[in-house]
Design a protein around this ligand. Sequence first.
Ligand code: AMP
Ligand code: MN
Ligand code: MN
Ligand code: MN
Length: 283
Amino acid sequence: MLNIDLHCHSTVSDGLLTPTQLVEHAAARGVDILALTDHDDVSGLAEARAMAAERNITLINGVEISVDWRGQTLHIVGLGIDPEHPDLACGLSSIRNGRMVRARNIATQLDKIGIHGSFEGASRNAGEGHLLGRMHFARFLVQQGHARDVKAVFKKYLVKGKPGYAPHQWAPLSDAVGWIRASGGRAVIAHPGRYKLSRKAMDELLEEFRALGGEAIEVITGSHTPEQSMQFARHSQRLGLLASRGSDFHGPGESYFDLGRMPALPAICRPVWHDWNEAIQAG
Ligand code: AMP
Ligand code: MN
Ligand code: MN
Ligand code: MN
């Protein structure tokens, strides 16, 4: 059986490995098909593709788009997108601009509690010209000794209700799904078990997403307990949505699953890759 991992991050967003290193890591872990899904940015795909060709890995063009739905942040993965499609490129560029504004706001919040220089520190962690995310702030706060690890930083500083949190309006769900579809990709709700939604709101989200042309949900992800995986496997079956599998790997030591090292999709699921080309399915 092919090892398929359709969600991970490189240094282009908030991962620790460059696209080249990430693909080399995937090869060493026996991954056959890999989607690179950086947050709101597709600029790592060309580099990843070059190394994938050398290591005999099938690279799927991906992205993980930050979305606002009823005041909640959701992540929508696009698989098989055309990274050069103007609607997608323009939409992602505007989200990245918004991220710079939010990063300034986060730094202002941290200044208020006596933590200075976080914008510069986070920017150093992100690297020149790269997208800025909370993970870069988290790593800065760990470097400064404010918490033991990034998980602890998020709990203490970077989430709603904590002093380093800055509210932010991301793209509307309909826009993100629209850009993905316009560029020829398939839209997938990332780690649905992570959102704090009632059963009713989750049903409404899934219905709305499907009505917009969304096609899949992540069933296997580093964010789900085994129970949540089964719960979303049943949701996908009930609603005729396809199921995806992705580690959400960010780097050695920072993620729950290593690349490719997660359970298989439950048998009741129809894989998001079910109609990808014959060579892929034959495995
Ligand atoms: P952003 O898109 O900049 O708001 O950052 C979201 C990213 O922060 C996620 O993709 C994760 O990489 C990371 N993250 C969010 N919440 C946590 C958490 N509780 N623990 C560790 N990392 C987190
Ligand atoms: Mn991330
Ligand atoms: Mn995510
Ligand atoms: Mn992710």
